[in-house]
Design a protein around this ligand. Structure first.
Ligand SMILES: [Zn+2]
Length: 466
């Protein structure tokens, strides 16, 4: 009996341990990021042991984007337009930093170089192209005392750009970009994350996905997301509820009126119903809005939205911002796009859906006024074509008028051309085909044409060429 029990136990262990391990090893489809991180509030630093499992492929080089490295330039950095420097650096000059060491590929030390926002790793030994690849490194990022996507104030430290993310590869080319001051200059594909972050006692951590706390360590498990934003602070109050669709909805604030937060949660449920009906279901287990010192209204990440201090003080402003950033959960997070070359896609769709919801029956008169107001403004800019890369914009107004306002006007005109039913078919088909993937111009035109029942290439042409 005893021997039989040992055999049975061994078999069970084989099934439980070896088989799933082999399955993960051989069938990984998207990158798996895991990390053990320690947060030090005095230094505003995150020190991490990072582990990346990458799907099989040809890896002569492996490139990660490290946007946090752009902050080492401080006030001389290019990541913010001169017009905004006073607001971003209101606490004075403050530098961020990044330190990378002990980079290994499949356990073997690798050469690497960090230049600007690109970390290029060169394995010293051959990497088998039919096996998942493991990259590990020691990594420390320091968050500056500024009001940007990485930043801090007396109440919190937040970071949208803290973690190195695998660059997107087109053929043999790894796509990396500078930290342009216009737009959200990022392009990421989805990955799965399991991240442990140790914080001092009494501190709260906000992140995406499913959050668990054990002693002072938060474990964040998030699947199918393209960026991993966090906020940490000792003063956060959480207001939470479960939506009708079973999504955990919450606000983390350090000085917002409680009535504001409760009303926002009420409205958030209705807004999610609206997007679910028009586009498709919200696909993450949670959505967390978090107060930060970010300087421009709201900043969207998958399952996490940074809200600015100022926005939260005015109900109508925060309601409108919440709606816009919620729209980005569908247009940017769930349905992705290259935000460097095609920011018109997510900003145009998010702005149009925001206005449809806010304006209701006034939508037509809103866009009639908008068309009149925008025309003379666009004449002041040399290039107002949709689909231009972020590097052409020399100030925020130029970027905003083209990619938010002109692009949303295009969506409105498309909506009027197609009618609400066919437009809904169109946005639902974007979701069906591009969920957890990346939409581009050709895909958008093709699916609009299919939903309309007629080729729309010539209809779209002027928006991209005039
Ligand atoms: Zn936006």
């Amino acid at each position: 009996m005893r021997k039989l029990a040992v055999v049975m136990l061994t078999l069970l262990l084989l099934i439980l341990v070896v088989l799933p391990a082999k399955e993960i090893r051989d069938t990984i489809e998207r990158p798996l990021y895991s990390a053990d991180v320690i947060f030090d509030p005095a230094q505003r630093s995150l020190s991490a042991k990072l582990n990346y499992k990458l799907p099989p492929g040809d890896y002569e080089q492996i490139v990660f984007t490290v946007y946090a490295n752009a902050y080492e330039q401080g006030i001389n950095g290019i990541f913010v337009f001169p017009q905004f420097k006073e607001r971003v650096f209101y606490q004075g000059e403050s530098l961020g930093s990044v330190a990378v060491s002990d980079v290994r590929v499949n356990g073997v030390l690798a050469d690497f170089v960090l230049v600007g926002t690109a970390l290029t790793i060169m394995p010293r030994s051959n990497v088998l192209s039919n096996r998942p690849v493991e990259v590990t490194m020691d990594y420390t990022v320091t968050v500056p005392k500024i009001s940007h996507r990485n930043g801090s104030n007396k109440d919190a430290v937040w970071a949208g750009n803290w973690l190195p993310l695998l660059a997107v590869r087109e053929g043999q080319t790894w796509l990396t970009y500078p930290y342009y001051p216009a737009g959200d200059p990022f392009h990421n594909q989805v990955a799965d994350f399991t991240i442990n972050i140790e914080v001092p006692p009494g501190y709260t951590l906000v992140g995406p996905g499913v959050l668990h706390k054990t002693n002072s360590t938060f474990t964040v498990v998030a699947k199918n997301i393209r960026e991993f934003a966090i906020a940490i602070g000792p003063a956060y109050t959480q207001a939470v509820r479960t939506s009708r669709q079973g999504v955990e909805l919450s606000f983390y604030t350090y000085n917002a009126p409680p009535n504001t937060v409760n009303s926002l949660l009420d409205e958030l449920e209705d807004m999610i119903d609206y997007f679910t009906a028009e586009v498709g279901p919200y696909s993450y287990p949670s959505l967390r809005f978090v107060q930060t010192g970010w300087f421009l209204g709201g900043m969207e990440y998958p399952g996490v939205v940074l809200l600015s201090d100022a926005t939260l003080q005015n109900y109508y402003s925060v309601r409108s911002t919440m709606l816009h950033e919620l729209a980005h959960q569908w247009f940017y997070a769930i349905i992705g796009n290259n935000q460097v070359t095609d920011s018109w896609i997510d900003e145009g769709l998010a702005t149009f859906f925001q206005q449809r919801y806010l304006q209701g029956s006034e939508l037509d008169s809103h866009y009639a006024k908008e068309r009149m107001a925008l025309a003379p403004l666009l004449k002041t800019h040399p290039d107002v074509r949709l689909g231009q890369s972020l590097d052409i914009y020399t100030d925020w107004s130029h970027y905003y008028r083209v990619n938010y306002r002109r692009s949303s006007l295009m969506q409105y005109d498309l909506f009027k051309l197609m009618g609400a039913d066919k437009y809904r078919l169109f946005t639902q088909s974007l979701y069906a085909e591009y969920k957890d993937s990346e939409l581009d111009k050709n895909g958008l035109i093709r699916l609009a044409s299919e939903a309309y029942g007629q080729n729309l290439e010539s209809w779209f042409y002027p928006w991209f060429n005039d």
